[in-house]
Design a protein around this ligand. Structure first.
Ligand code: DC
Length: 227
């Protein structure tokens, strides 16, 4: 049975990570959250105390290693071998991750690492540029969208469960800023690949959007294995 690459892109709060994880679980695929890699670099930068500029960040990434491990409990993010899975989710990291991920050397390094990780297929990879840049030949590309109100509410709930208490307005503003940054940057901006299937999750439950993608994936897997 030939395994495929499933690319799931979309803006913050569109439901990518939960959906991608559940789709991967159902198919027996590996779920790769590429945003975690950009977050780990951002954390390394914050810890370094360096001034924010391209030169400093490019020097820094030569000295660090980012890796992802897979356990039955989910993806573990390692920065220089240290588990930073929780540490990369702070508000401080979220506020700086978009400018860091817009830097050329950061994208070059992360994209080639992601291409290595997914090259044998059997992966569900989520991010901003998976279907356009990382795997433009992915057999199934999904672009998730949702209204800004829904995305902000989802993010607020997610943060509350982690004990982070931000107001709805603060979160909405943060998401809008990140959307602008991620979709207007010069290198590999967030945009729907021409051959991606767009799914609006505003009025869908996680189960509904997951089932929809699983059925698209199963159809594609059958198609490819019958060729
Ligand atoms: O998915 P996330 O919110 O954890 O991603 C954090 C940031 O990382 C996002 O605002 C933009 C960046 N990112 C990216 O540029 N390319 C990706 N493939 C994934 C994330």
């Amino acid at each position: 049975m030939k395994d495929i690459i499933i690319a799931i892109d979309g803006p913050a709060g569109s439901g990518k990570s939960t959906t991608a994880r559940l789709v991967a679980q159902k198919l027996g695929y590996i779920y790769i959250d590429t945003g975690a890699m950009y977050r780990a670099i951002t954390l390394a930068f914050l810890k370094s105390g360096l001034e924010f500029n391209e030169k400093n960040i490019c020097k820094l990434i030569e000295k660090i290693t980012i890796s992802l491990n897979y356990t039955p409990q989910g993806q573990i993010t390692l920065l220089n071998g240290e588990d930073v899975t929780e540490a990369i989710r702070t508000n401080e990291v979220t506020n700086l991750v978009s400018p860091v991920s817009a830097i050329h050397c950061v994208r070059n390094k992360m994209v080639s690492q992601q291409q290595m990780m997914g090259k044998n297929g059997g992966v569900v990879m989520d991010g901003r540029d998976i279907g356009t840049v990382v795997f433009p030949n992915a057999q199934l590309k999904i672009f998730l969208i949702a209204s800004i109100e829904t995305r902000a509410k989802r993010r607020q709930l997610e943060l509350l469960q982690k004990g982070v208490n931000l107001t709805y307005d603060q979160i909405k503003k943060q998401i809008i800023e990140r959307d602008i940054y991620d979709s207007t940057r010069e290198i590999s901006p967030l945009k729907k690949a021409d051959d991606a299937i767009e799914i609006d999750t505003t009025n869908l439950t996680i189960q509904e959007q997951t089932n929809l993608i699983i059925s698209l994936a199963q159809k594609k897997i059958l198609e490819i294995n019958n060729e």
